[in-house]
Design a protein around this ligand. Structure first.
Ligand SMILES: CC(C)(COP(=O)(O)OP(=O)(O)OC[C@H]1O[C@@H](n2cnc3c(N)ncnc32)[C@H](O)[C@@H]1OP(=O)(O)O)[C@@H](O)C(=O)NCCC(=O)NCCS
Length: 179
């Protein structure tokens, strides 16, 4: 699945070294949700994650983001909570290579994922929780057409205190209006 800058593809075992380059980088993991990456991650645990992510699952779809130009791993994107009854899915995204932040790769990958979700999987709503201290992610999602749906007050503990979490989402009709 290709965008203008990136291609989304399935995980391969050979991705392990590239993944290990960012999973223990707090500057990156501090911006992600969930508890998994709060603690140091071993290559053993990460290999298990890749094995699971490479397999097919109805609940999750995990992909590698690679550059179109060099076919180089730069990050990952997923539908990590798919609810088929409600036809909605939660998204996760990371560009692990910090030198590539702010160059359009994340927005491009998200647009490919929206195409998959709305045009192929027949989903109705995509959503993402974002820490309020992550303006780059918020700007990228808004660029894709996501709206701020609400605020979960003091939902996330990081940097020694609680932070609000912003719920962002896009409906299929909104996606159709911007494509
Ligand atoms: C969030 C992330 C996926 C976005 O991908 P990206 O390739 O860096 O983002 P893009 O370059 O496509 O878009 C970034 C947008 O933020 C803006 N931006 C960049 N730096 C910014 C900053 N410090 N403050 C506010 N906005 C900023 C850019 O101008 C751009 O908006 P525009 O297209 O309207 O000009 C990527 O930065 C990342 O992986 N970050 C670490 C992990 C993370 O935060 N994951 C998301 C968790 S919710």
């Amino acid at each position: 699945m290709e965008g203008k800058l990136v291609r989304l593809r399935a995980y391969e075992k050979s991705d392990l070294d590239a993944v290990m380059k960012w999973v223990n980088d707090e500057e990156v993991t501090d911006l992600l949700g969930g508890e998994m990456l709060v603690y140091p991650v071993s290559s053993i645990a990460e290999a298990k994650f890749i094995e699971a992510a490479a397999g097919s699952s109805d609940r999750q779809k995990n992909f590698v983001i690679e550059t179109l130009a060099e076919r180089r791993y730069i990050g990952a994107i997923s539908f990590n909570v798919i609810e088929w009854h409600n036809r909605c899915a939660g998204l996760g995204i990371v560009i692990g290579d910090k030198s590539l932040w702010g160059k359009g790769y994340g927005t491009d990958a998200m647009r490919v994922m929206m195409r998959l979700g709305f045009d192929k999987m027949n989903l109705h709503r995509l959503w993402r929780h974002v820490h309020n201290y992550n303006p780059r992610a918020i700007a990228s999602y808004e660029r894709c057409g996501f709206k701020r749906e609400g605020v979960l007050r003091q939902e996330h503990f990081a940097r020694g205190r609680y932070h609000d979490t912003i719920v962002m989402g896009i409906l299929e009709s909104e996606y159709r209006a911007v494509t």
